[in-house]
Design a protein around this ligand. Sequence first.
Ligand SMILES: [Zn+2]
Length: 255
Amino acid sequence: MSAFNPALRPADGASEHRYIHVIGSSVFVDDRPGDDGWAVHVLGMLGDQACWGVDVPHGEDPSYGAATDLYSYYGRAGEVDWLIAGRAVQLVEWARTHRYCGRCGTETVSLDGERAMKCPACALLAFPRLAPAMITLVTRGDEALLARGVAFRAPMYSCLAGFVEPGESLEGAVVREVREEVGVEVTNVRYQGSQPWPFPHSLMVGFRADWASGDIVCDPTEILDAQWYTRDNLPPIPPAISIARKLIDAWLAEG
Ligand SMILES: [Zn+2]
């Protein structure tokens, strides 16, 4: 399978086109660009195929019965197709929400040669938004700490996660979030992998950390329940879409 390469314009050799129609935050994949006058954004190249994000105007929704949200699309699409669709949603949503300068309110224009919106009056630049978030699996001997967050859509237990604060390192965010959410101190924080997470524009950065001290004391505003689990006694865990599951699976494979 070809790799996807982000790009600002289609390659000269582009022989096919894929249009990701973005309806709200759902997607509909087509080989046609939609109506004249709809904004389109180059996403990049998948082999010889140029990929585009199409900003379907609000109110055009009824003709898109087959549109699907990105959670559901994961089960139907391959990994690369899902990443491209996620990129489409993020870039279209970014363009929708950066039509005016955040400093002086003038209408922005998209900048040539760069993925940016520029204010013609005061020259402020706005780049696509990415919010780094850390996610970590804490282990202690042959146990792992899994928690049920108050915001989970399903009754499952997962890794701890949170957004990185301005001025903070990723490792610092791991230590702080674990302390805040379950009252435990961790050490030996190590990087495991990352995943674009287009809900709406996160980059999840995955870690493992070792328990250092402390008993679990949940912050009730964030965590309903958290426990230490052994590999043979697991609660319901997240589906394969998430890096949380990959972190848990990697730990399971060590047992
Ligand atoms: Zn401005």
